[in-house]
Design a protein around this ligand. Structure first.
Ligand code: ATP
Ligand code: PRP
Length: 214
């Protein structure tokens, strides 16, 4: 039997993927929130799950350390997608990539006047492309999280971050001023594995497709 390794992050991706895996007949034997194990066995002897940081999922699949992964579009755009086959939008972990500024900041005027803004973000590639498309010169500041703090303490004028309910922006007196793109998570497959392990991978892909369409 061909061994299959699936990379995913714990938290919302694992929670939203578990029902899809179940449709494919795959159930984890451990709860990643409770276990410190990074390799989780499943009810299928030949299928295992590896628990990695969300932004590391494409790297594991790119190098073939995992055959399959589940990753956000935000993460895939930053990674670049090398060696990855992306057959399916799973429509899970949905949110929006937005530009946000302090509530009192007149973003439109700043853009109109050609102000050179400082923008803090974890998503450098996406932000760079967005502001280049708008013909804006910005100074990007790389952060690894809690972007909402940056404008509050004078680190940046604006942020590029993910927004879902808008509660985090609101709690920090920020407002969204531009949507860059909608975000959801995708199934990714190592291109070599797709050829060499086709018989084992296709049924999983098929089950995921069917589950998503429901
Ligand atoms: P890392 O741990 O690598 O820094 P992360 O903290 O962004 O990444 P998660 O919070 O688990 O990881 O998010 C995983 C994915 O879920 C993101 O890549 C994104 O596509 C999506 N996501 C992030 N925030 C939200 C949200 N508030 N609502 C819905 N989906 C979200
Ligand atoms: C994400 C994102 C925002 C928040 C937006 O953070 O970076 O901070 O969700 O969601 P909301 O609009 O519903 O408030 P997350 O919850 O993943 O925290 P983390 O960045 O610390 O992982």
């Amino acid at each position: 039997m061909t061994d299959i390794t699936i990379a995913l992050s714990k938290g919302r991706i694992f929670d939203d993927t578990a029902p899809l895996l179940k449709v494919a007949g795959i159930e984890s034997l451990d709860d990643p929130e409770k276990s410190r194990k990074l390799i989780l066995e499943t009810n299928r002897a030949n299928v295992r799950l590896v628990i990695v940081r969300a932004s590391d999922v494409p790297t594991y699949v790119q190098y073939g350390a995992a055959d399959i992964g589940i990753a956000g579009k935000d993460v895939l755009l930053e990674h670049g997608g090398a060696e990855l086959y992306q057959p399916l939008d799973l429509n899970i972990a949905r949110c929006r990539m937005m530009v946000a500024v302090p509530e009192g900041f007149d973003y439109e005027s700043a853009v109109f006047q050609g102000a050179r803004l400082r923008v803090a973000t974890k998503y450098l590639q996406t932000a760079r492309e967005h502001f280049a498309d708008k013909g804006m010169h910005v100074d990007l500041i790389k952060l690894y999280g809690s972007m909402e703090l940056a404008p509050l303490v004078g680190l940046a004028d604006a942020i590029v971050d993910l927004v879902s309910t808008g509660n985090t922006l609101k709690a920090n007196k920020l407002k969204a001023v531009e949507e860059i793109m909608p975000i959801s998570s995708r199934l990714i497959i190592n291109q070599a594995a797709l050829k060499l392990k086709r018989e084992a991978i296709q049924p999983i892909l098929k089950a995921f497709s069917a589950a998503v369409e429901k």
